[in-house]
Design a protein around this ligand. Structure first.
Ligand code: PMP
Length: 284
């Protein structure tokens, strides 16, 4: 059966789900989005994703034409209409169709909800760990578009991803404008050093990941000390363990950065324990 896509209150079969070529989402990357998982029939951390969506929209002065409660219901109804108990939701709000200039005043925002499956990395990489490189591109400078906005403008992350692919890797580390570790192109980054779990704080120029925050909570429950602190590439190279978190990636070990083997070169015990706890929590 074809997926059913929600556009502005109506469901369309995938083949018939279309938006205008004048949509400023397409013309200028003007809009915001969320990626959300469904586990065992439940939308994971639904309120947090919707809150971040509305904050992103507010930051780009885009008024979503429905309330957060209506949005939550629309997402849940679309998941049900697609008979999905496990899957991935892509929620996209575009500025909407307007003229060919940048002026957004004539645009009517569009709400699009796609429910599908996703697999970001091949399953064997969850056993062996990922090899990553540092990108030459920095994550957004805070005086441009804040990295805390999940906007439709992902071009510098895509350029970093292309660098990674050309170097034979699937993911790239992005630094901030001060040369500190920010995050990867679509995931947050953690290290373990001498028993302490460390990750950059939101003001390092990251998207504050929902999965990141869940992993910090799970680590605290497991009595693993956690610290949000500035990290440099050196900290990563000499870490005992390293892993990434994200809605699509979930929790995945990193075992090589810029040709340096991390720890033993295999997913570390704390990484494996946190991945186990995360999957158990998500599916409960
Ligand atoms: N950083 C970036 C740049 C991302 O696009 C994502 C994916 N949304 C993340 C981090 C991870 O965030 P989350 O755990 O909320 O999916």
């Amino acid at each position: 059966m074809s997926n059913l896509i929600y556009i502005n209150g109506k469901l369309f079969p995938k083949e018939e789900a279309k938006v205008s070529v004048y949509d400023h989402g397409l013309l200028y990357g003007d809009g915001v989005f969320e990626g959300i998982r469904v586990y065992s029939g439940k939308v994971f951390r639904h309120e947090q994703h919707i809150e971040r969506l509305y904050e992103s929209a507010k930051a780009i002065a885009l008024e979503i034409p429905m309330s957060p409660a209506e949005m939550i219901k629309a997402v849940e109804d679309t998941v049900k209409a697609n008979n999905r108990t496990d899957g991935y939701i892509r929620l996209v709000i575009t500025r909407g169709p307007g003229s060919l200039g940048l002026d957004p005043r004539k645009c009517q925002p569009q709400v699009i909800i796609i429910v599908d499956g996703i697999s970001l990395y091949p399953p064997e990489l969850y056993e062996s760990g990922l090899k990553i490189i540092t990108s030459s591109l920095i994550r957004n400078h805070p005086n441009t578009l804040s990295p805390r906005i999940k906007s439709l403008n992902y071009l510098n992350n895509i350029m970093a991803k292309i660098e990674a692919i050309r170097a034979g890797c699937l993911e790239a580390l992005m630094l901030n404008h001060k040369g500190e570790v920010a995050e990867c192109t679509g995931d947050n980054i953690f290290i373990l050093k001498k028993g302490v779990l460390k990750t950059p704080p939101p003001d390092a120029g990251i998207l504050e990941g929902v999965t990141r925050n869940v992993v910090l909570e799970l680590a605290q429950q497991a009595k693993i000390p956690t610290q949000e602190c500035t990290l440099t590439r050196h900290d990563l190279y000499v870490a005992d363990e390293c892993f990434l978190t994200g809605t699509a990636a979930e929790v995945i070990a990193v075992t090589d950065i810029d040709g340096r083997t991390i720890g033993t070169g295999k997913p570390g015990p704390i990484t494996q324990e946190l991945r186990r706890r995360f999957m158990e929590y998500a599916r409960s």
